[in-house]
Design a protein around this ligand. Structure first.
Ligand SMILES: Cc1ncc(COP(=O)(O)O)c(C=O)c1O
Length: 465
């Protein structure tokens, strides 16, 4: 899928473990099975073709491995029902937007209460005070601003940090994803920075202001920081968008020290790693970023995002804005921090982002990861499974990758599509980008067992002689 693709020359080679022929044959069968069982989805896809680009409201939706777009009738808790009446256990959960389950009751109640009292005013409400306090207590950063999406939060933060440091360069890790922030789409290809060729309509040479190094490579990080022109390092604490790449022991403390020594700032994007626990990965691991980004599940499924600053950085941001000429900062959007969004975040932070909600999710994700490992071992495949809190990922390589290049080299589009489609046809949905699965508060042990059994059955077919 487009989101995580880095460079065509270095990724998505067919897996050596399973023949391309077998993958193609099983894929044809699964596509036929999907199509035969979904006349309503097929009819809606045909109808959409007239008025929607690619027949879908967001063109990514045509990148699932399905012959035509799956249309949803209803989503509740850990379940989806499609328009043809099939019930699916949802481990995609809107690619993390619904990490606390579909339509969580406290968020629905808060939205219902707020909806009758105003949706958007471009004014603060009492919820803003509560949300600010909750974020500060939960994440240990004292000052916050909001956005509607994690993409925007990253984009805005980048503006603030370039302004306060008066430095132009952004440093990212190869294979990263931080939303559709143009600046991050620079890959390392044979050691050289290359602007992602798939970007549409990009007229700037992003390699002029974005530097890219491999994750877990402290020497490369230090060399990239050495010129003293890096405004900030923007990173997920665990890479989750090129498959999963875990930090090696000691990587983050050493990286943080280098970043500070070179006068740069560390931004941790916890949009996905918020799956680690109610304070995110940084809190759980004792990391101390200068700024933090949260999005996706922060509003329980409503479009909301937030970014937080240390007191020192917040003071620098305020000073930069005061010192700037009057006029537009280039940061913000009209509907940001609207009344509905603030109500959703307050409900999510106070009732869902709690230890009590997370603990069973983490335990079930552990069972899921173990179950997948068992199936992989039973079928003798050289694949591995990684876990970050409520999120697990299987990858087509024998040991967890150390960096984006290794993770990309383990990808296999055709095999991925087949697995996703075959699981869908067996009643379980996983994220269409790479092989990510997420557990929500309503996911049950039986749901996990169902996924593991379906996975096992598909692997049996893939490997049968
Ligand atoms: C780490 C990270 N940051 C930011 C984003 C962007 O989120 P959104 O698409 O909601 O703007 C994503 C989306 O996958 C993400 O994984």
């Amino acid at each position: 899928m487009i989101k995580s693709t880095i460079h065509p020359s270095c990724i998505r080679m067919p897996s050596t473990a399973i023949s391309a022929n077998r993958i193609a044959k099983l894929t044809a069968r699964e596509r036929a099975r999907f199509a035969a069982a979904r006349p309503r989805s097929a009819a809606l896809s045909a109808r959409n073709a007239e008025h929607l680009l690619f027949g879908v409201p967001l063109h990514w939706m045509s990148d699932w491995g399905t012959p035509f777009a799956l249309h949803v009738a209803e989503a509740r808790g850990a379940q989806l029902t499609d328009v043809d009446g099939h019930r699916l256990v949802d481990f995609c959960l809107g690619d993390t937007g619904a990490m606390f389950g579909h339509s969580p009751a406290p968020v629905v109640a808060a939205l219902q209460a707020q909806a009758a009292r105003g949706l958007t005013t471009m004014l603060a409400s009492e919820d803003a005070s509560a949300v600010g306090e909750l974020l500060a207590a939960r994440f240990g950063l004292p000052r916050w601003q909001f956005a509607m999406t994690a993409t925007d939060a990253n984009r805005f933060l980048l503006r603030w940090l370039r302004a306060v440091t008066q430095r132009r360069v952004l440093l990212v890790f190869n294979g990263c994803y931080h939303g559709t922030v143009d600046d991050v789409f620079v890959d390392l290809v044979a050691g050289q920075p290359v602007q992602r060729p798939s970007l549409l309509g990009q007229v700037h040479d992003l390699t002029q202001t974005t530097r890219v190094v491999e994750f877990n490579d402290l020497a490369a990080l230090e060399a990239a920081l050495a010129p003293g022109d890096v405004a900030c390092v923007l990173a997920e604490p665990v890479m989750t968008n090129i498959g999963m790449v875990l930090p090696e022991p000691g990587f983050w403390p050493a990286a943080a020290e280098l970043i500070r020594r070179h006068g740069s700032l560390l931004v941790l994007d916890e949009t996905h790693t918020i799956s680690s626990g109610p304070g995110g990965y940084a809190r759980a691991e004792g990391l101390a970023p200068d700024a933090l980004v949260l999005g996706k599940p922060l509003g329980g499924g409503m479009p909301c995002a937030a970014y937080g600053f240390t007191a020192e950085l917040a003071a620098r941001c305020e000073a930069a804005k005061r010192a700037a000429p009057p006029g537009h900062s280039g940061i913000g959007t009209t509907l940001t921090a609207n009344l509905l969004a603030m109500a959703a975040m307050r409900a999510t932070l106070s009732t869902l982002m709690t230890e009590a909600v997370y603990q069973p999710m983490l335990a079930l994700a552990g069972q899921l990861a173990d179950g997948l490992r068992g199936a992989i071992a039973r079928h003798g495949l050289p694949w591995c499974v990684s876990q970050v809190g409520a999120r697990a990922e299987f990858q087509f390589c024998a040991r967890p990758p150390r960096n984006g290049s290794e993770a990309a080299a383990a990808m296999d589009d055709a095999l991925e599509h087949l697995l996703h489609l075959a699981l869908l046809n067996r009643g379980v949905l996983i994220t269409p980008f790479h092989n990510m699965m997420l557990v929500c508060p309503e996911t049950t042990a039986a749901d996990v067992e169902r996924l593991v059994q379906a996975f096992d059955a598909v692997l049996a077919e893939l490997t049968s002689t």
